[in-house]
Design a protein around this ligand. Sequence first.
Ligand SMILES: Nc1ncnc2c1ncn2[C@@H]1O[C@H](COP(=O)(O)OP(=O)(O)OP(=O)(O)O)[C@@H](O)[C@H]1O
Ligand SMILES: [Mg+2]
Length: 446
Amino acid sequence: MTGRVLQPCVSYEKIVNRLLRAVMGSGMHCGIDYGTSNSSLGVVKDGKVVQAKLEQESVYLPSAIYRAFPEHELNDDIESRTIRQQLGNAQGMLYGTEAIEAYIRNPGEGLFMKSPKVFLGSDLNKDQLDFFQVVIAKMMLHILEQARAFYGHDLTQAVVGRPIRYHGIRGEQGDKQALAIMQHAAAEAGLDEIVFMYEPLAAALDYEQGLSGDEVLLVVDVGGGTTDCSVVKVGPSYRQKRERSDDLLAYAGNRIGGVDLDINLGWHSIMPLFGRGTDALHNKAFDAIAVNSIPSQQAFYSRFEMPVHGKADAVRERLYKVWLDKLSSHLVRSAELAKIALSDAERHEFGLDYVEQDLQVQVRREDFREAIERSTEKIRQVIDDARQASTSTIDKIYLTGGSAVSPVIQQVIRNVVGDAVPFVSGNMHGSVACGLSVFASRHFSG
Ligand SMILES: Nc1ncnc2c1ncn2[C@@H]1O[C@H](COP(=O)(O)OP(=O)(O)OP(=O)(O)O)[C@@H](O)[C@H]1O
Ligand SMILES: [Mg+2]
């Protein structure tokens, strides 16, 4: 576990918060899993984790934000406005499913961002850094506001999950940048004390709740943005400890997750309809689908040439439509839904009517396996790194994270670890949030 405790600064609000905490006692701390795809927050009540409902009946909030530009702003030169002006005030902001639906309805008429966590470790210029700081702070504040309303009390301390390595190519520098953004967001959301905890360690603590004997666990968390592995000692002998770093025997992480798998599948099975494999459009088609790369998206959306005279062919027309209506995220969303369908079915067919009427795509599980080969090689590597780094015998392999639901991914993991060690799993989507909540209740109380 790593982390820094935020320095409490003395302000009126914070003093009130402390007084509240003194009056209300426990329940002021929580665990927060700020995920690439979904976020969740939990609190331990009467010995059990209660996850807050973050949108309607769901305890998961899709990590997406949208702000429609008001009519009077649509004709303005949007690019020339500062990030803070573009993002406007909190009232105009939509979060989660509402944000995704608003983007799908009106892609060109607002600012949309999905999975911002993917970019926190990237090489960001000052404007981009400013943008992500504002976006993450707004999302964090929204999550905390929903949770405070749900529990009916304030939350001022949190254990916040972090991946072993944030997505991006800047290594430690990138991780530092990402943690600083998260810390800033936590402070803006009214948290005056936070501790970071590795996400796969938190997942192990959730599993540990139900154990009657000690075990050494290899946690494999294949999430939306990263794959995180850890070898952890869990069980009744360790459960009550307030500090768990000693029980983390080894860890390894990689910047590969479900978003990459979606892009892989999109590139493999959708983009041939948009110029993949043609001399003229191959690179442009790649940039169009690479929603996790700022340079690719900037290159794609900078300009698009259509013939001045005569008619463009159907493929160029389609890619032009993607450019004009800003449909990259929509294409990746279609790929994601196909990927999820392929966890239950061997084949799946879907339409891309939002690009062209009756445009259909067929995918088989085999296509998905083929499409993600380079990504799965990296997943294999990270599991191997974690196993190699520990000399302990592993009793169980704990699968978690939404991407680990896929039978293709489970087979990849099976191929690395062999048949001898059993797989176990619990709450594939909520284990990190629950483990963080359990640790928060131990760490902050008493
Ligand atoms: N049934 C399924 N089959 C395959 N993939 C799935 C399934 N359900 C969800 N996913 C994928 O799981 C990913 C989200 O998993 P999860 O909620 O664990 O991620 P996260 O915690 O938000 O991300 P991270 O931990 O990397 O920050 C998404 O890419 C989603 O498409
Ligand atoms: Mg996760």
